[in-house]
Design a protein around this ligand. Structure first.
Ligand SMILES: [Zn+2]
Length: 460
């Protein structure tokens, strides 16, 4: 039997985490208790974002943005995007209702490619990874600036993605994260198309795959792979708050751990090593030793996200598995907690094999299912400064943060990147009752236009 248990974890985004438990046995309960112990003993705000309010804006970037903002064509673009809110809402519904589960973004990609063509781009392709890439040629074309939103959602196939209106809000899984992001990208393009703005650099308008979960940034990894055509900087649109500028990347290491053994009858074969018991021990060991890594330095987090396995209540399982996520903005801390985790699993294997009364030993398989590099951001980098200046120019006080987004990858290899807001207000991201509300969402589009034009260079 499969049961979906929602363990609500309060955090600043008000998101919840779901743990699917099959064959809920005693070992599983132990594991869950360990998990809760881990949550209660570790000091953390269960969000992957740490907000730092302090930033300094260099005068040159403030002037640059003011100059761009007062340009006649740019003013026209800024005014235009404030008038298309009804169409944006219709298109948000359309995009949201095209399911885009992890690794199954094709249908949404095709529609997004069409929308880019409708907006006037002639050079639009879907690349080998499934990314939609539309090129808007610049007057010089010596540099290329990418402007992207991710296509994928966290929701599996079969999830009801119908948009419903309630209390002035729009509800649907994935509506904010990141269907609205795609609409914001589209509206930025429409704004500069409408006003016939020319830029010096080429602009790539992108709907990329694989941002969420086990997608493991495969879309941007493909775009920035060795041998790919050069992208000089990336502005990714993801995240709800208009103030938020993500300038650095929280890295993550993710594993699927599977303990395996002979399995058997719970009475008849009692004494065989039990994979579930080993898993419970591993979580317990990890929950005990992980907090020492958290006691100093950058914020670091760890979480057992899913556990499963087992045959029936009266069987000794032949396998037991868990998926584990560890994060930090500092690669050294991430490597440190990874080591502690590996040791906890090995220790659990030894403990369970020592405790057995007979039969073959258990084995353990630790499979890496995700690796996002931690990326040290720089608030004084030109692109970050432009994002700050553009945000201030539209009357919004910026808030600089680090998080785990598509920008991680380029930042980690020295390519300027930021992640900025899709606009509006939203809540319950990654939950079935996710919602989005259009509260001056066009302001984020205007901020996006100014940032993109500053980065790509306004041509005469
Ligand atoms: Zn997202």
């Amino acid at each position: 039997m499969n049961r979906l248990i929602f363990i609500p974890i309060r955090n600043t985004n008000n998101t919840a985490c779901a743990i699917r438990v099959s064959a809920l046995g005693a070992a599983m309960i132990t594991s869950l208790m360990c998990l809760q112990l881990a949550f209660s003993t570790a000091t953390f705000a269960a969000n992957d974002t740490s907000t730092k309010k302090s930033f300094e804006l260099q005068a040159g970037y403030k002037q640059e943005i003011q100059k761009i903002k007062s340009d006649e064509k740019v003013s026209k673009a800024l005014a235009y995007v404030a008038t298309v809110v009804e169409r944006a809402e219709r298109e948000l519904i359309e995009i949201t209702e095209i399911p885009a589960p992890p690794f199954k973004e094709t249908a949404r990609a095709q529609r997004f490619a069409e929308m880019l063509r409708e907006a006037g781009l002639t050079d639009v392709v879907i690349d080998e990874a499934g990314n939609v890439v539309g090129r808007r040629a610049g007057t010089l074309g010596k540099r290329t600036v990418a402007y992207s939103g991710h296509l994928d959602t966290v929701f599996p196939e079969g999830t009801d993605v119908t948009v419903k209106y309630r209390d002035g809000k729009m509800y649907a899984p994935g509506i904010g994260d990141n269907a609205r992001g795609l609409i914001a990208v589209l509206d930025v393009l429409r704004g500069i198309q409408h006003a016939k703005i020319k830029t010096e650099a080429d602009i790539l308008i992108i709907g990329n795959v694989g941002e969420e979960g086990l997608g493991d940034l495969r879309g941007v990894k493909h775009l920035f792979r060795e041998g790919a055509s050069k992208i000089d900087s990336l502005i990714a649109i993801d995240g709800g708050n208009a103030q938020r500028i993500v300038y650095g990347g929280v890295g993550s290491h993710r594993y699927k751990v599977t303990f395996k053994g002979p399995g058997g009858h719970s009475w008849g074969h009692f004494g065989l090593p039990n994979p579930h018991h080993a898993l419970g021990r591993a979580i317990n060991n990890f929950a005990k030793t992980a907090p020492q890594v958290l006691s100093s330095g950058s914020k670091t987090s760890y979480s057992v996200g899913r556990i499963g396995g087992g045959t029936s209540i009266n069987s000794i399982a032949f396998e037991s598995w868990m998926e584990v996520d560890m994060r930090s903005g500092d690669q050294t801390k991430l490597d440190e907690i990874d080591k502690v985790f590996q040791a906890a699993v090995q220790q659990a294997l030894d403990q369970e094999n020592k405790a057995k009364l007979g039969g073959d030993d258990l084995t353990v398989d630790i499979e890496r299912v995700g690796k996002r590099p931690a990326a040290q951001g720089n608030k004084n980098a030109a692109l970050v400064q432009r994002a700050i200046a553009a945000t201030l120019a539209m009357g919004v006080e910026p808030s600089l943060a680090i998080a785990s987004t598509d920008a991680n990858l380029p930042i980690s290899i020295g390519i300027p990147a930021v992640t900025m807001s899709r606009g509006g207000i939203s809540g319950r991201a990654h939950a079935l009752d996710e919602w989005w509300q259009d509260e001056n969402a066009y302001v984020s589009v205007q901020i996006g236009i100014l940032t993109l034009l500053a980065e790509a260079g306004l041509a005469d």
